[in-house]
Design a protein around this ligand. Structure first.
Ligand SMILES: [Zn+2]
Length: 138
């Protein structure tokens, strides 16, 4: 996509190429536009693939929260950065593999009720990723 297209997009133009904020101790926040991006798949801990519903630009969203021990300072980091279609595709292929493994696990885990909803969200994620991956090949 051209430089001009990016800055004229009504949805994602407020999002910079790369931005990271620490939300636990600072008032910094990512632009609201980040919430308007379509979530495709992947874990937020190592990079969730998001897509602009208006112009189709690709983004990676990260969210890392340290609250393991309750001792110490802790942090909540949130980040967003623009990525290429090629990189997004590679990431989605990995995310798809992972979601399929999760689905297989959740389907056979007990208690049933608890894992049923997790299996459902994995199945939905798989559908979303497959739909996007098809677009790359068409
Ligand atoms: Zn856009």
């Amino acid at each position: 996509m051209s430089h001009d297209a990016r800055h004229s997009c009504s949805v994602c133009s407020p999002i910079p190429d790369s931005m990271q904020v620490e939300t636990l101790h600072t008032p910094e926040r990512l632009p609201e536009a980040v919430d308007k991006l379509e979530i495709i798949g992947g874990y937020t801990l190592d990079g969730q693939v998001r897509k602009c519903p208006a112009c189709g630009a690709w983004f990676i969203y990260t969210h890392d929260h340290d609250s393991q021990s309750g001792v110490g300072y802790g942090y909540t980091d949130e980040g967003i950065y623009r990525t290429t279609a090629t990189a997004a595709k590679e990431r989605l292929e990995k995310a798809l593999e992972r979601a399929q493994k999760s689905l297989a696990e959740f389907t056979k885990s007990e208690p049933r009720d608890y894992y049923a909803s997790m299996a459902e969200s994995s199945a939905e994620e798989i559908k979303r990723i497959e739909k996007e991956l098809k677009r790359f090949t068409s």
